[in-house]
Design a protein around this ligand. Structure first.
Ligand SMILES: [Zn+2]
Length: 243
């Protein structure tokens, strides 16, 4: 399995990261894409990827972060040949529409496109707007991470050729279950969003994507092994992972 969206540089993993990574490996997680949200966070993410061979870095400025870091983050993206994606970027309209977020999102999309890198997109209460921007900018390598938009948008997501990464909350969330069932299997990816989005109690960790694998396989009426092979193939192809 491949966890395409986690934040292993988070303070919550400082004390026992090695144990968490070992648990992931023992559970069958072959690679983890570590997503960053700010400049400092990106530096930590890059450092982790140099220390652990199964961690791959994605760099980006999160919509709720301080916009003054944008130039530094763009520069870091341009000068970091090891990154496999730009993320996590996107729009978060939970507390209302913030137009400045659009500019930050667009700038990072532009650079990703120029560099031929995939983007990992966060959208909260902004699904429709995110799709509009991605479509207008003709983005093709797109992962919608933990997409919370209406499942009515699925036909459009499919038409645009985007990937959807399903979080562990699929074990409980009806919307995620529908998303995991409606998307074509060659556009499905697994993610934990560690340390958050744990449908059980406490801190989330990459090993938990085994729960999603089993839940999605059951929903789709296929074997977990088959789904694992397919989602691994999807991630390896999209992020050009050398594993
Ligand atoms: Zn995240």
């Amino acid at each position: 399995m491949i966890d395409v969206h986690a934040h292993m540089q988070s303070a919550e993993f400082k004390a026992d990261l090695k144990t968490v990574l070992l648990r992931a490996k023992t559970t069958g997680v072959r690679a983890i894409i570590c997503n960053s949200t700010s400049f400092d966070d990106s530096i930590e993410c890059l450092e982790l990827s140099r220390t652990f061979s199964d961690i791959f870095p994605a760099i980006g400025l999160y919509p709720a972060e301080d916009a003054s870091q944008l130039e530094a983050v763009l520069n870091l993206i341009e000068t970091s040949p090891d990154i496999v994606a730009v993320g996590e970027i996107g729009l978060d309209y939970r507390y209302g529409k913030d137009l400045a977020q659009i500019e930050i999102f667009r700038k990072q999309l532009e650079l990703a496109k120029e560099m031929g890198l995939p983007v990992i997109v966060h959208s909260r209460s902004a699904g429709k707007y995110v799709l509009e921007i991605l479509e207008a900018m003709e983005m093709d390598k797109v992962v919608l991470h933990s997409f919370d938009g209406s499942v009515k948008l699925v036909p459009r997501i499919i038409e645009l050729g985007f990937y959807v990464s399903i979080p562990v909350t699929v074990v409980k969330s009806k919307q995620k279950q529908e998303l995991a069932t409606l998307m074509p299997v060659d556009k499905l990816l697994l993610e934990s969003d560690s340390p958050v989005l744990n449908p059980f109690d406490g801190r989330n960790e990459p090993a938990n994507i085994l729960h999603s694998l089993k839940a999605i396989a059951e929903l789709r009426g296929i074997g977990p092994k088959e789904l694992e092979t397919q989602t691994d193939r999807n991630a390896i192809k999209l992020f050009e992972l050398r594993i």
